[in-house]
Ligand binder design. Structure first.
Ligand code: SF4
Length: 470
């Protein structure tokens, strides 16, 4: 596992201090949760639909290599080309290479967390290619020079007023009326769609039997990105494939309700290959880039593979008390929240802080909300166990030693009881010392009298009670 410099604990502490962003986040997430609940309530058979989707995801994972081969054959037959990339870095270079070879200077992009995983925008910029995000949330984030904070709603942490200020700075036009703000963004983006040499999209589901890339969206920017420019590049991670159109329909049945509370999104696009003989529109070239970045290893790992069932609905983020408190940026990875805490440490490039799985309260709200039936707490527990095996945690190591030696344990506990009443004072004097940090947000119950001593008194009391009854 590649270690990165990101420190989740420090980033979280900073995020917790940002009251304004937390308030914006709470309001936005509250709204999404109400929509989702309304939509799930309107489907009395949601549990059965969910069970069908889980079965499809498991069937897919069980025959993934075979399905990927089938997908490649179907895409090729439809006039497209499939490229496999083992790491995020190679994938980004591959895409930049395709574009550079064709002299592309302007790209319109959208709906792709995979491109974030690849760090694609930076690689394209270094190659002299302008990449414009076209999803409104992603566009706002790009203009602000930030990263998405949510896998579905990238600008969830930004208020309407902040967007208005941003547009005033960037376009010299402003408003806090949302339709007007959307018009401002649209006026700028429309020119880009018409001028772009290539369009890059993500992929919600790839259908092996037809070679179709399916994308859900509400703004129409993906349909334009995939059909206006002469080149379309779709990006997916390898687990996104399903076998048949019928299987795709089963997943589509639960994805919009779980994600945004919609029965169906406004636009549901099916891209199959390149423009055919006699067709008047569509891209002349279509490429499908399939990224691995550690997912083959996850697939081969029976204890963790269920995370690959994920359909990226974002529901687990919206109910997670940790995500709701610190927001997406604190994670320092592309995928935040419960699903991110499981998958990010397993990725080859940009795995984030390996201790991220420890930032979980085990409330299990995520597994309850997950339409793919993923048991995040169990997976996080397994990741913690693996981290603990490779790292020496001094307090835990000390406890292990004491627990194996009763005499030592008794002595250490006696010393601990001497200092116990002073701990709060130590915490006040040295708030950044380990004891200070530990007590900053905890009520320490204090070290009780050892059970061996309490046992004698309890035994005497029990005897008295039994004697009284007789
Ligand atoms: S883990 Fe489950 S709830 Fe979270 S994004 Fe994936 S499918 Fe949705």
């Amino acid at each position: 596992m590649t270690k990165t410099a990101h420190d989740f604990a420090k980033a979280s502490a900073k995020a917790l201090g940002d009251r304004q962003s937390r308030a914006i986040l709470h309001k936005a997430i509250g709204h999404i949760r109400v929509l989702r609940q309304r939509s799930v309530n309107a489907m009395p058979d949601f549990a059965e639909r969910q069970a069908r989707a889980v079965a499809v995801r498991d069937k897919t994972l069980a025959k993934l290599p075979e399905l990927l081969e089938k997908l490649e054959a179907s895409v090729t037959a439809a006039g497209g080309r499939v490229h496999y990339a083992e790491t995020a870095e190679t994938a980004a270079k591959l895409v930049a290479g395709i574009l550079a070879e064709r002299g592309v200077r302007l790209v319109v992009k959208g709906k792709s967390m995979v491109s974030e995983e690849m760090g694609l925008n930076e690689v394209l910029e270094a190659a002299g290619i302008e990449a414009v995000e076209t999803d409104l949330g992603e566009y706002i984030i790009q203009l602000a020079g930030q990263r998405p904070s949510h896998i579905l709603a990238p600008a969830l942490h930004v208020s309407k007023e902040q967007v208005s200020d941003l547009f005033a700075r960037k376009f010299g036009r402003t408003s806090t009326d949302i339709p007007e703000m959307t018009r401002i963004a649209r006026d700028s983006l429309r020119q880009k769609f018409l001028a772009a040499d290539a369009g890059i999209t993500g992929c919600n589901i790839a259908i092996a039997e037809t070679g179709t890339v399916t994308v859900l969206e509400n703004e129409g920017n993906i349909r334009l990105s995939g059909s206006c420019p002469p080149i379309h590049i779709a990006l997916m991670t390898l687990e996104k494939v399903v076998e048949t159109l019928a299987d795709a329909a089963v997943v589509l049945d639960i994805l919009p309700p779980a994600a945004t509370g919609q029965t169906l999104p406004v636009h549901l696009s099916f891209f199959t290959g390149a423009r055919r003989e006699g067709e008047r529109d569509g891209p002349r070239e279509m490429h499908l880039v399939i990224l691995d970045n550690g997912r083959s290893d996850i697939l081969a790992d029976p204890k963790l593979r269920s995370i690959l069932r994920c359909i990226r609905c974002g529901a687990c983020l919206n109910v997670c008390p940790v995500y709701q408190s610190v927001g997406g940026h604190a994670y320092g990875t592309v995928y935040p929240g419960p699903m991110g805490s499981v998958i990010s440490p397993l990725l080859k490039d940009n795995p984030g802080d390996p201790r991220q799985p420890f930032a979980c309260t085990h409330c299990a709200a995520c597994s309850e909300a997950c339409p793919a039936g993923i048991d995040h707490p169990a997976l996080l527990q397994e990741l913690r166990r693996r981290v603990s095996e490779t790292e020496t945690d001094l307090p835990v190591a000390a406890f292990n030693l004491l627990a194996r030696h009763p005499l030592l344990f008794g002595g250490a506990a006696a010393v601990g009881r001497l200092f116990d009443p002073k701990l709060r004072e130590v915490a006040a004097v040295a708030p950044d010392a380990p004891v200070g940090r530990f007590l900053r947000c905890r009520e320490f119950p204090g070290l009780a009298r050892p059970f061996s001593r309490r046992f004698k008194a309890l035994a005497r009391r029990l005897k008295r009670l039994q004697g009284g009854r007789a």
